[in-house]
Structures are given as C-alpha cells and as structure tokens.
Design a protein around this ligand. Structure first.
Ligand code: GRF
Length: 190
C-alpha cells in the first residue's frame, strides 16, 4: 500500500512534528513525512527532521506579503508531492488562497479543548477560568483561526497546584499521542 505524503509546517521546537515523524516509521502507518518546512530558518525542529533524513525547506517570511510567502511554501509542498499538510506549532496566519488550496487536507493541533480558548495563552486562560479539565484538539484548518471541524480531542485534568508549566507539560504528552492518531484518521478517511 502506498503511503500518503505529508508535509509539516513548523516555526519552533517541533515536538509535535517529531511525534508525527516517529509514528510514521511504524510499518502500519498510513502516511510518510516527505518535507518539513519553516518560516524560521533556525527553528530547532529542522535539525531533528534533517537527522531523520527528511527534506527541509526554510525561509523567513519577514518583508514578504503573506500571500506571496504562502505561494512559496505551497510550491515547495507540491514539488515534494505533498497530499496532506500538518501544522505543528506553525506561528503564522495563513492566507485564504493557501487555505483553499489545501481545504480538507490540512490539520492543526491546538492546546485547548476547542471551541474553548482559540489563539494564544490557552493554559493560562484555562487556569484563570478555574477549569477542572483542559486538553488539546486537532482540527481541519479553515480561514478562521483555530476553527474548522474537530478531528480528535484529548482531555487532561487540571490539578490543584497546577501552574502554566505543569499544565502545559501534561497537555503536551497528550498532544504527542493525539496528533499522529488524528493524522492517520484523516488520511484513512475515517
Ligand atoms: C503545541 O502546544 C501546539 O499545540 C501548538 O504549539 C505548540 C507547538 O509545540 N500549536 P511544538 O513546536 O510542536 O513542540
């Protein structure tokens, strides 16, 4: 069975990217990662990808129009034969044209139980609200930020004495399990 070709976009440490790559190595994985691209030329995650023998592409977006930069990214993804895009800590708003080109085939992982806490500082906002449960979501990317159909979610408890670091760490453990499972589900079409 040929595997679906996935491109991952990152801006930082890339721990979710690493979880996708690790899972892709299993024989029964329905996808393979063919390129990791970044808008941050020294994003730490790029090193991990290179060490895994995965093609990387990085260019700063600074000074470019959003749509022009996204066209460059799109060209790299297509040249690599990408069929599905996974955003993994990609800290860029996407142009409508880019989102439309990958409609239904691009997912993102967000550290909250969407529709709660779209945007930044999700862990602090959950703590401030006194929530007893928190978590992460994988969703289809649409033009609205952290919107779109939810593919999968995982919950964690918020424990007494939690701060933003302990809570983020607990959520991240779940992210690393959830994202590969959600990508496999999308690729398999179920
Ligand atoms: C993760 O918390 C993810 O949910 C959010 O950004 C963070 C990226 O972390 N979108 P990493 O780069 O995958 O380690």
């Amino acid at each position: 069975m040929s595997k679906a070709k996935v491109g991952i976009l990152i801006s930082g440490r890339g721990s979710n990217m690493a979880s996708l790559i690790e899972a892709s190595k299993k024989p029964d994985s329905p996808y393979e990662v063919v390129i990791v691209a970044s808008n941050v030329t020294d994003a730490p995650g790029l090193e991990f990808a290179r060490a895994e023998g995965i093609a990387t592409w990085a260019q700063s977006h600074v000074g470019m129009k959003r749509a022009d930069f996204d066209e460059l990214v799109d060209a790299e993804l297509r040249a690599a034969g990408v069929e599905y895009v996974a955003l993994a800590g990609y800290m860029r708003l996407l142009s409508p044209g880019f989102v439309q080109k990958w409609a239904g085939r691009m997912i993102n992982i967000h550290p909250s139980l969407l529709p709660l806490y779209k945007g930044l500082d999700t862990h602090q906002r959950a703590l401030d609200a006194g929530d007893t449960r928190h978590g992460c979501s994988v969703h289809i990317v649409t033009e609205a930020l952290d919107d779109g159909e939810i593919v999968a979610q995982a919950e964690v408890p918020v424990l007494p004495g939690d701060d933003v670091h302990t809570l983020a760490a607990r959520v991240l453990v779940e992210e690393h399990k959830l994202y590969p499972a959600a990508l496999a589900k999308l690729v398999r079409g179920k």
